[in-house]
Each structure stands twice: as C-alpha cells, then as structure tokens.
Write a protein of this length. Structure first.
Length: 202
C-alpha cells in the first residue's frame, strides 16, 4: 500500500515534513510521499510560483531523504482535483492500494471536493488531527470507520482511519503572513526553505 500527502505546500513546513516522517516510522506503508498540486482549485492564488514551491520542497527533502516527491499532479499540467489524481494513480498501479493522508481540516471540507462521494472507490483515508479541528470519528462520505491501521489492508479502498498522530501547530497561511509582514519564520520551516524564500525576494 502506498500513501501520500497532497497539498499546495505554499510553502512547505515542518508540519508537513514531520507528519510524513512519523507515518513512515509506522512501517506500514510501502511508500509515503508528498504530492504537490499543479494548479490548486480549493485555494486562491499562491504566494509562490509553481517552480518555487517545487524547489522549496526539494530543498527541504535534503534533510528528509526517505520522503519521496510525487510529480503526478505537476506533470499532468491540469487543475488539481484529487479524484482525477486517484484515477490516474489507480490506472498506473492497478494492483496497489492507495491511502490518502489528510488533516481533520481537509476532512471537514471533503464535501466540497470534486466527486467526493467517489473517493471511497479509489483510496483509504488516513486522518491526522489538526489543531482547532477535532476528530469526528464516524463513518463519513461513504468511507467506513476502522479502529486500527492493520484493517486498511483488508480492503482495497473505502476505509477511514483516524491516527493517533497530531500535526504540529504550523500552517502555510501563518508562514505566508509572517513573510509578508517581514517577521521571522525560524523553527517553522527548514533553513534551506527559508534561504530559498529570501532568494525569491521576500
């Protein structure tokens, strides 16, 4: 089973990186990766250009060498709808189960995603609690709630698992606001990312 955390990563920060690192350390998934969006449809204009977002991720991963960068949405050059990405992944890996990593904030807004009721046909959901977004541990969006990670392996898709992991209280929105207000983002994102941001003129 493969798992990935999708997002705009505008910019990437320790909340993303440490969450994926901790999921890897569960030793359950064959691969855990970051999937940056090409053209996000749930958010307004990004602060950083696409090539800058990718450069920042690549520089951050120098210190996280076991995390892979997934270019599927970047290479598609299409608006980034998760259902389309999952269909692509299923066509490329028909025998591989897929797990989508999302925060409780994203889960709360899943109904606004394109074809959200079809997601269960293509993946499991691995949910990490985000600060200020408590878990609502019930069946949702057609996904069946399971109480252990091992149960994800009993079906190809359609299960919802709330992990015990909690994402760090860091958000890209907070970081962008600090950048625009010339405030320090030290401890929020790797030094290599901060250096990139400075080189972009911020």
């Amino acid at each position: 089973m493969i798992a990935f955390l999708g997002g705009t990563f505008d910019p990437i920060h320790f909340g993303h990186l440490e969450a994926v690192k901790e999921i890897q350390q569960l030793n359950f998934f064959k691969k855990v990766s970051l999937l940056p969006s090409y053209q996000p449809v749930q958010k307004n204009n990004c602060l950083f250009e696409l090539d800058q977002r990718i450069e920042m991720i690549e520089s951050a991963l120098d210190k996280y060498p076991t995390i892979e960068l997934d270019y599927d949405e970047i290479n598609s050059k299409n608006p980034s709808y998760m259902i389309d990405t999952l269909r692509l992944k299923k066509s490329k890996n028909p025998d591989q189960s897929i797990c989508l990593i999302i925060g409780t904030d994203a889960l709360e807004n899943l109904s606004s995603w394109k074809d959200s009721q079809e997601l269960k046909e293509f993946c499991h959901l691995f949910v990490i609690e985000r600060p200020e977004y408590p878990s609502n541990k019930v069946d949702q969006y057609g996904f069946e709630l399971v109480d252990s990670l091992d149960k994800l392996g009993q079906s190809r898709s359609g299960y919802l698992y709330f992990s015990e992991l909690k994402m760090l209280d860091i958000s890209s929105t907070e970081i962008r606001e600090k950048i625009l207000n010339k405030k320090s983002i030290e401890s929020l994102t790797p030094d290599s990312v901060t250096s990139k941001i400075v080189s972009y003129g911020f």
